[in-house]
Design a protein around this ligand. Structure first.
Ligand SMILES: *Cc1c(COP(=O)(O)O)cnc(C)c1O
Length: 361
């Protein structure tokens, strides 16, 4: 086999798992029958690509990922077609795989052959198509990831890696309709710094965020609003989503400054805003500007964007002991419009002028 050429061996599971109740899926609790794996080392490059039964890995306790967290991941969904439930669609999957390679570069890990991995991913999803839930808003969540497997305790790039893709059927994020979230404006802990790794999907970012998240949950909030690490003033993200505000009818989101994850949903919202003639700007915005704009009535909406929930309206902010209510705690018209528009696109129920859909079946 040539270096970097994917030659996927297929080994199906002998016995299939019982499928979970479609109405009780939650998020990331069930996994399908098979997974995709491939390995990398210096001599062979990527090799040993296979679709095999879902199961445990065997790792040396000295595997470098377990000590220094050389790990990256992605998240995307496969959807059933709106008009034909037998069809299966992916939304902008190459953007996810290209972003995985950006993460790999930052973390000194090998890049994957994105086009060939997309073919393998499509093969895996096709094989697992019976797992894709049918109810509105539900989907098959796809998690590609890469870990450093070399057994050695020096801090340096590993010489061996494992890349894998697992799939999990997930329910609709808002099964009973939107419920705007309560967000704690975090002014002690920070998520990411300029020059750090906040702009890539690497596990350490999420481990580091748990403290703020659980602390805010104990105070009754859903998630935290992250501020910049230097002045605790500029808004960066909300939980693990990008953030948008609507001020005087204009959509505002912080620019990709190096500490913000370049969300594909964020990019989709910005492109749709352009398509729909909604003025939008990527610019720095401070928490004080947001509070003043709520006060004078010019800020009418705030929402998060990400693959898991698509659009997540924010109904309330808690900041330095004050409670700030946004749009009477209700979902605003633009949040609703982006949510509906993106959901329709993802299911092939709206025109796709940007060629975002990849049809598997
Ligand atoms: C994944 C992620 C997002 C959203 O990215 P999408 O491509 O829209 O799913 C935003 N912020 C963080 C920190 C993330 O990890």
């Amino acid at each position: 086999m040539l270096k970097n050429e994917l030659d996927v061996t297929l080994h199906k599971a002998d016995t299939l798992k019982e499928k979970p109740d479609q109405n009780q899926l939650g998020f990331g609790r069930y996994f399908t029958d098979q997974m995709f794996t491939m390995r990398w080392n210096k001599e062979q490059g990527w090799h040993d690509a296979k679709i095999e039964p879902y199961g445990n890995f065997s790792l040396d306790p000295a595997a470098m990922v377990l000590h220094y967290s050389q790990e990256i991941f992605e998240g995307l969904k496969a959807y059933r077609g709106a008009d034909d439930a037998a069809s299966v669609l992916l939304f902008r999957p190459m953007d996810n795989l290209n972003r995985l390679n950006d993460s790999a570069t930052r973390m000194c890990m090998p890049c994957i052959p994105a086009n060939k991995v997309l073919q393998a991913m499509k093969g895996l999803i096709y094989l697992e198509r019976a797992w894709i839930p049918e109810s509105q808003g539900a989907a098959l969540y796809i998690r590609p990831a890469m870990i450093a497997t070399e057994a050695a305790l020096g801090v340096r790039p590993a010489n061996e890696y494992l890349f894998f893709i697992i799939c999990s059927p997930v329910g609709a994020y808002y099964a009973e309709g939107f419920s705007p979230t309560k967000i704690y404006v975090e002014d002690e802990y920070v998520r990411a710094v300029q020059g750090g790794v906040g702009h890539v999907k690497t596990g350490g970012n999420y481990a580091a965020s748990i403290k703020a998240h659980t602390t805010s949950q104990r105070k009754g909030y859903t998630q935290v609003l992250w501020l910049d690490a230097i002045e605790r003033k500029y808004i960066e993200e909300v939980g693990t989503s990008n953030i948008f505000f609507v001020i005087n009818g204009k959509l505002i989101t912080p620019p990709l400054s190096g500490s913000i994850l370049p969300g594909i949903t964020r990019d989709t919202v910005l492109q749709l805003a352009q398509d729909w003639n909604i003025p939008a700007s990527e610019r720095r915005i401070t928490i004080d500007e947001v509070l003043a704009a709520v006060e004078d009535g010019s800020l009418t909406e705030a929402f998060g964007s990400g693959t898991a929930a698509v659009i997540s309206p924010i109904g309330e902010l808690g900041y330095q002991g004050k409670t700030i209510i946004i749009n009477n705690g209700e979902t605003g018209p633009l949040a609703q419009r982006f949510f509906d528009g993106i959901e329709q696109l993802q299911r092939g129920a709206a025109p796709d002028p940007h060629d975002w859909l990849v049809r598997i079946k």
